[in-house]
Design a protein around this ligand. Structure first.
Ligand code: FMN
Length: 382
């Protein structure tokens, strides 16, 4: 596998990303919430799982292709929705989408993206759209219609942030919404001239800093100003009837993201969802939440094969993806792994992250004696 970046695993891309980004942007990308016990728990839960390989099972051709929510994907992996990618690289969301399309895996556009959904229309590949509900619900329904118009195959509704998460470092760094320049972040930004020129400088040349996209023109604000009334995310009053309303509105696949309890997974099946994402938001919502991989078996059992089950939170190696499949997931998603690639080297870095994960998935499958995704099951675990 050729490499021009000097990065041989996701941890290498992470180090490169850290060196390139100012602290405020880096901490937004990397950190969790409160005391950050959750990030370690996500990793510890993956690391606790072991494999029991089979031998003498012809693995000269390993096929990593599979179907994710009805679409053919080259890997059992998709890029998870992540907001503010445009602060990590100039037009970072597009770089993520292009690299995903080239790798033949789905990309989920975030509703907190700094780019209009229409900007993704020209990129081939499997497009999904993630929704947060705005205070003014009609805004959400409007953006859902726009996502449909550009051909998004699936709508992911993120449910694990009923209230804003407690990310204390964002306030300390002045990196909340609105962004506030202070002595600390100014010095830090000036100490990263490459980022300043290649990200902020390019936006300024194009006419200004990114704004909250996916809002009607009159409600858009630059990231350095606060949201206008009605334009804030508000999910504390969301109930199952709101999801039923989305089900009526959305003809494509409907997926509930952030489900950890089997009771919620059963209810998702009953209300007509097509899938759930077992996720604790990469330990960015509730610090002491169960690790997603630990919650997976009970959700898989509750769903009983009736709808798709994806998993994210903590994946840094291809072997993590194979563990999720062995526990019954249909596929996995990565948030930070591809963002490290993005912040390190733009589209080329995302491609590198996906290549590395793909090669690791394939190698792990071969080591286990598993030549195709369909044959991965709990027998692979030790
Ligand atoms: C910087 C960042 C921004 C994120 N923004 C969103 C978002 O806008 N919508 C969403 O549903 N999830 C968002 N997430 C959560 C991811 O979709 C995903 O659940 C999580 O990153 C998976 O964990 P991992 O980073 O360990 O792979 C974000 C995650 C990160 C790291």
């Amino acid at each position: 596998m050729a490499d021009t970046l000097g990065c041989w695993n996701i941890a290498d891309l992470r180090r490169k990303a850290r060196a390139r980004l100012p602290l405020g942007v880096w901490e937004y990308l990397e950190r969790g919430v409160e005391d950050e016990s959750g990030m370690a728990r996500n990793r510890e839960a993956f690391d606790r799982l072991t494999f029991r390989p089979r031998v003498l099972r012809k693995v000269d051709r390993v096929d990593t292709c599979t179907t994710l929510l009805g679409s053919e994907s080259a890997l059992p992996l998709a890029i998870a929705p992540t907001g503010a990618a445009g602060m990590m690289w100039h037009r970072g969301d597009l770089a993520l989408a292009k690299a995903a399309a080239k790798a033949g895996v789905p990309f989920c556009i975030s509703s907190a993206s700094m780019m209009d959904v229409e900007a993704f229309a020209r990129i081939d590949g499997i497009r999904w759209f993630q929704l947060y509900m705005w205070e003014n619900r009609e805004l959400s329904f409007d953006v859902v219609r726009r996502a449909q118009a550009i051909g998004c195959e699936a709508l992911f509704v993120t449910l694990d942030l009923p209230v804003p998460p407690n990310r204390e470092y964002l306030w300390r760094n002045g990196f909340g919404m609105p962004f506030q320049l202070n002595g600390r972040n100014l010095a830090d930004i000036l100490a990263h001239p490459r980022w300043l020129a290649s990200v902020i400088g390019r936006y300024m040349l194009e006419g200004g800093l990114p704004r909250q996209a996916n809002l009607p023109e009159e409600l858009r604000q630059s990231v350095v100003r606060g949201a206008k009334p009605g334009a804030l995310f508000k999910q504390d009053d969301l109930v199952w009837e709101d999801i039923a309303r989305l089900r009526e509105l959305w003809p494509g696949k409907l997926v509930l993201k952030g489900v950890l309890h089997p009771g919620d997974a059963s209810q998702a099946v009953e209300m007509g969802a097509d899938g759930v994402v077992v996720s604790n938001h990469g330990a960015r919502s509730l610090d002491h939440s169960v690790a997603a991989i630990d919650a997976l078996p009970s959700v898989v059992e509750a769903v009983g094969g009736r709808i798709s089950v994806l998993l994210d939170s903590g994946i840094r190696r291809g072997s993590d993806v194979v563990k999720a499949l062995a526990l019954g997931a249909d596929g996995a998603m990565v948030g930070r792994a591809t963002l490290y690639g993005l912040a390190a080297a733009g589209e080329a870095g995302v491609t590198r992250a996906l290549d590395l994960l793909g090669a690791e998935i394939s190698r792990t499958m071969a080591m286990l004696g598993l030549a195709s995704v369909e044959v991965i099951d709990s027998d692979a675990l030790g």
